[in-house]
Design a protein around this ligand. Structure first.
Ligand SMILES: Cc1cc2nc3c(=O)[nH]c(=O)nc-3n(C[C@H](O)[C@H](O)[C@H](O)COP(=O)(O)O)c2cc1C
Length: 214
């Protein structure tokens, strides 16, 4: 049982990275072999639409042919029993790096002959998204649709998806050092001390669930 976490954010030791590590701790506690990939340490591009993965040859390629730092990650994700992608939300989307990873990860398996039958191996997927936005604003700014879209893609391609949303996160250790005046620093700190540990626990449980497969 292999569980691979892919961190699509730049800040090690912060919200997304911490939740992914908790998820891997949970997976390891259930007996899984775990590994973490930091996308921001790698040099890679998104899909270049070369269509090599769709060439008419036998056996069907179905694998990305681009060779860069993401190649080994795609190989690991291909054989992992569970893959957890984590990203902070930037401008109401996942980061560019996380998105580039997903373009390469998903397009190789996309079946243009029958889009309802992707060529991906079955596996359990986890999504971990962190954001400044409180859940009360999700309806107003379209975040329910955003997250549902990613959940649907994962389920369609891999058959299973767990999702964890960590909202209203702490963005700076000391808010007084930055022009972050629209945020209530004390409320952010309090939430980080009370709610974020609960999110960490949920991440741990997600890891256990993904590793156990139930
Ligand atoms: C470039 C940038 C854009 C951001 N855009 C959003 C946004 O659109 N919505 C939101 O809720 N938070 C936004 N944030 C806040 C981050 O999503 C939030 O602080 C997140 O928890 C950071 O994750 P990290 O602590 O793992 O780095 C943005 C942060 C940055 C740096």
């Amino acid at each position: 049982m292999k569980v691979l976490a892919i961190h699509g954010g730049p800040r090690k030791g912060w919200n997304t990275d911490t939740l992914l590590k908790k998820a891997l701790e949970g997976a390891a506690s259930a007996g899984a072999e775990t590994e973490m990939v930091q996308l921001y340490d790698l040099k890679f591009r998104g899909c270049v639409s070369c269509l090599s993965c769709k060439l008419k040859k036998e056996p069907r390629p179905n694998r990305c042919v681009l060779r860069d730092d993401l190649t080994a990650v795609l190989d690991k994700a291909h054989v992992a029993d569970a893959v957890i992608l984590g990203s902070p939300i930037y401008f109401s989307e996942i980061t560019g790096e996380a998105r580039s990873f997903l373009e390469r990860f998903l397009f190789q398996y996309l079946n243009y002959d029958d889009t309802n039958s992707p060529l991906s191996p079955r596996k359990r997927m986890g999504l971990v998204f962190t954001m400044n936005c409180p859940e009360t604003l999700f309806g107003q700014i379209g975040y329910h649709d955003l997250f549902k879209r990613y959940e649907n893609w994962m389920t369609r391609f891999f058959g299973h998806c767990e999702m964890l949303l960590s909202t209203d996160t702490l963005q700076a250790k000391d808010y007084s050092r930055y022009h972050l005046g629209r945020f209530d620093a004390d409320a952010k700190r309090l939430r980080h001390e009370t709610v974020f540990p609960q999110d960490c626990q949920k991440a741990f449980e997600m890891g256990v669930k993904l590793a156990k497969g139930n």
